[in-house]
Design a protein around this ligand. Structure first.
Ligand SMILES: [Zn+2]
Ligand SMILES: [Zn+2]
Length: 178
């Protein structure tokens, strides 16, 4: 899997929200989620399961009749995922249910995906420290739609950040026993 560098807007670099950091790979800075919580404040970071050398984001998901843990790439716009189960994907457009693996609270909220061709109206919400700032990820498997809601930044800057996808739209998911 190759990291493809996409420039990050200057305004964002200057007002980097808490819970987000930059890491240097191949002489370029990449945006990485450093601290993500459930709405009740449980950390979703999995220190031991690393993707691209960084802790991953651990959530419990339900796909069709299957359920298990998914570890998500913390690189903004990265699409690598590790499953500890085989998801029951009936059709390629499956919308998943996501829960906090600690308390079981639903991470799904109503949110229209802005990705071209995707009409999904549900997103997985990740709370950044302080709870005002949030990350929304489209709940449809395979869709790269994502956006940040950062109170100190304008919609214009956030729209630019939302367009950053490091690995293109599709990457093969990896299945492994954890
Ligand atoms: Zn929780
Ligand atoms: Zn979508």
């Amino acid at each position: 899997m190759k990291l493809i560098y996409k420039p990050i807007p200057d305004h964002f670099l200057k007002a980097l929200p808490e819970g987000v950091k930059f890491v240097r790979r191949h002489q370029s800075d990449f945006l990485v989620a450093e601290q993500i919580n459930c709405p009740r404040g449980h950390s979703l970071m999995a220190e031991v399961v690393r993707i691209h050398g960084e802790p991953s984001i651990r959530i419990r998901v339900q796909v069709g009749k299957s359920e298990g843990l998914v570890f998500i790439d913390a690189f903004w716009g990265g699409h690598a995922k590790l499953y500890n189960f085989i998801p029951d994907i009936i059709s390629a457009g499956s919308v998943i249910k996501a829960l906090c693996p600690v308390c079981g609270v639903s991470l799904i909220v109503a949110d229209h995906c802005a990705q071209m061709g995707c009409k999904c109206d549900q997103a997985i919400v990740f709370a950044l420290p302080g709870k005002t700032n949030k990350i929304y990820v489209c709940a449809r498997l395979g869709c790269p739609g994502h956006r940040m809601e950062i109170s100190a930044l304008s919609h214009k800057v956030l729209a630019q950040v939302s367009k950053i996808n490091y690995f293109g739209a599709q990457d093969n998911d990896i299945f492994m026993e954890i």
